[in-house]
Design a protein around this ligand. Structure first.
Ligand code: ADP
Ligand code: MG
Length: 333
């Protein structure tokens, strides 16, 4: 796109021009695309019997990540959060686009960012086929395309009364790390390190999403908090749910936290990118096999059905007040 000239924005001596920047850091030989980076559009070949799963996620400095976040981790995370959406649909990653606003074309930063981005891209066989590059406050907007056999996607509106409710991994760890970075609480270095990795280097559950096709009914990835994201499934599917707060996995670091903080992180913490999904109770063994096959822990944390809405219960079956807004505020450590 053409830009208005900006005489005040003088480029640093070692900064790259826009096209040199793209060619050096983001253009690689097209593998699966008919035509990749470099023309006005990329060309992708539709696949018979498959549907495109398409999603965009934007990461804004100061909003989705802290200023000064390591460039390599940021490259990983920008793609990971988008792959997570494909995982939540049970889609096979295929191609992605990268729209990038950068305050400066810093070659060292770009090298690190691209290294993090392409390491994860190569792990999942997803190909960068285009994008846009402009000067501006740091902002990363990725669009991913995945393939899923027609009718096989794991949709939010597919949960049924009687389904089990499952979650992968250990939701809450990313929020625990964020609280430390924000000064809401302080973790010892040995506790911080593993949970910080969850925040800065989330693992998109792509293999699990694929393995759950034909087994799970509905799925969503936990990006904004488990209860909030579950709410989307309940509304879309028109069912209620009962969540057993103490059935949520803890891990060592969460288990060491005071109960109120632990529960707030587990139930309302975002940024985990775990899969929350429902499956018929008759398929418990299949769910466990699918998860074991991709080396991912899954926990059965409740069930769907009953009255509309969400009920949260403790181990003794007592109702816990979810108080969504207070979980969002995160006022109390
Ligand atoms: P246009 O003028 O049509 O917007 P550009 O000059 O912005 O095209 O981009 C030139 C080519 O480089 C296009 O193929 C575009 O998809 C690709 N591209 C631009 N920025 C990026 C990026 N950050 N990552 C990957 N491809 C990019
Ligand atoms: Mg452009």
């Amino acid at each position: 796109m053409a830009h208005a000239p900006d005489a005040s924005a003088a480029a640093p001596a070692d900064a790259l021009g826009e096209f040199e920047l793209i060619a050096r850091h983001f253009q690689r030989p097209a593998a699966r695309a008919v035509l990749g980076v470099g023309d006005d559009c990329a060309l992708l070949q539709p696949v018979a019997g498959q549907q495109w799963a398409v999603s965009t996620d934007m990461l804004v400095e100061g909003r989705h990540f802290l200023a000064g976040t390591d460039a390599r981790r940021l490259g990983h995370k920008a793609l990971a959060v988008n792959l997570s959406d494909l995982a939540a649909m049970g889609a096979q990653p295929h191609a992605f686009l990268l729209a990038l606003a950068l305050p400066a074309a810093d070659p060292a930063w770009l090298r690190e960012f691209a290294a993090g981005l392409f390491a994860l891209a190569d792990e999942h066989g997803i190909e960068l086929v285009g994008g846009d590059t402009t000067r501006g406050p740091l902002n990363l907007c990725l669009t991913v395309l995945g393939l899923v056999p027609a009718g096989a996607a794991l949709r939010r509106d597919a949960a049924r009364a009687g389904d089990d409710l499952w979650v992968s991994g250990v939701p809450g760890e990313a929020r625990l790390a964020l609280g430390h970075l924000r000064g809401e609480w302080a973790l010892e270095p040995a506790a911080l390190e593993p949970v910080l990795a969850r925040l800065e280097r989330p693992t998109p559950r792509v293999a699990l999403g694929l393995a759950l096709r034909g087994i799970a009914h509905a799925a969503i990835d936990v990006s904004d908090g488990l209860l909030g994201d579950l709410g989307h499934v309940l509304r879309a599917s028109g069912v209620g749910a009962e969540v057993l707060a103490d059935a949520l996995p803890r891990g060592r670091v969460l288990a060491e936290q005071p109960e109120a903080r632990r529960r707030a992180c587990q139930l309302a913490g975002g940024d985990d990118y775990e899969l929350l999904f429902t499956a018929p109770a008759a398929r418990r063994a299949q769910v466990l096999d699918a998860a074991a096959g991709c080396g991912v822990q899954v926990s059965r944390i409740g069930s769907m059905g009953g009255e509309p809405g969400l009920r949260l219960l403790d181990a003794a079956g007592r109702s816990i007040d979810t108080g969504f807004p207070s979980f969002d505020h995160f006022a109390t450590p």
